[in-house]
Design a protein around this ligand. Structure first.
Ligand code: ARG
Length: 246
């Protein structure tokens, strides 16, 4: 730290200056992850992350552009500057933190299991699914994918590009179960009552965080201040209620 500089208020070039200069905040996400980022009936992208992004843009005094990006390539897209911040329900993991910086966690979730209803009599948790005769569907490159490999190493894992494809496998009987973030699974079950069974007790604990490129302490500090402010003025609670408690 140079003379006259305060370690708690980092200085130096930051994407924060670029955002203000261009008058636009670019947020990367993959629409399809309910209720964080998903399509409404008219094709617009809505959700918890989206509302927080809107609030962020308002605080910055700039317009908001959502950059919809496939999950598979979402970290590379951030790294090559396609957007300023990745707000896509991403779990903070050690592996990802080698490539990106995460702001403070904004919500805690866990993995749950959606499965064929006929399994409900015998399968009561992930241990019961850990058998070679079971086919478990996951979304490629997610923590559901790593959790399935870790908790159900004996089962056959089938990875899919999208949540919808993976769940279709369970519905059509080609897979027995789908392992994914509880919030998504809960919305899916509410929207498709009576079709599948849900083991809704989460079996992992995961912190979700917004990701930015490394070496931008000012932008990271801004995001953390924003999040703390949203908690203080209850804007966070209002949005949480809107998206998770209905
Ligand atoms: N939390 C999980 C993960 O980080 C899934 C997030 C998926 N998000 C999305 N927008 N598709 O792997």
């Amino acid at each position: 730290v140079a003379w006259g500089q305060d370690a708690s208020t980092p200085s130096g070039p930051s994407v924060l200056d670029e955002i203000k200069a261009r008058g636009e905040l670019r947020v990367g996400l993959e629409a399809g992850y309910m209720p964080f980022e998903m399509r409404d009936k008219r094709g617009g992208i809505i959700g918890f992350d989206v509302d927080l992004a809107k609030l962020m843009a308002r605080k910055l005094g700039v317009r908001l552009t959502l950059v919809n990006t496939q999950w598979d390539g979402i970290i590379p897209a951030l790294l090559t500057g396609k957007f300023d911040v990745l707000m896509s329900g991403m779990t903070i993991t050690e592996d990802r933190a080698k490539q990106v910086d995460f702001a403070d966690p904004y919500i805690i979730i866990g993995q749950s299991v959606i499965m064929q209803p006929k399994l409900a009599a015998t399968v009561h948790g992930v241990d019961d699914l850990n058998k070679p005769e079971y086919i478990v569907a996951t979304k490629l490159g997610t923590t559901g994918d790593t959790a399935a490999a870790q908790y159900m190493p004996r089962a056959q894992i089938m990875k899919f590009e999208t949540e919808a494809e993976a769940l279709l496998q369970v519905r059509s009987g080609r897979a027995h179960a789908f392992v994914y973030d509880l919030p998504y699974n809960a919305v899916y079950m509410a929207r498709n009552p009576g079709t599948l069974a849900h083991l809704s007790k989460p079996f992992t604990r995961e912190e979700l965080g917004w990701a930015i490129r490394k070496n931008d302490p000012r932008w990271r500090a801004w995001l953390n201040d924003f999040l703390a402010g949203a908690h203080r003025d209850k804007a966070y609670d209002a949005l949480y209620g809107k998206w998770f408690e209905r």
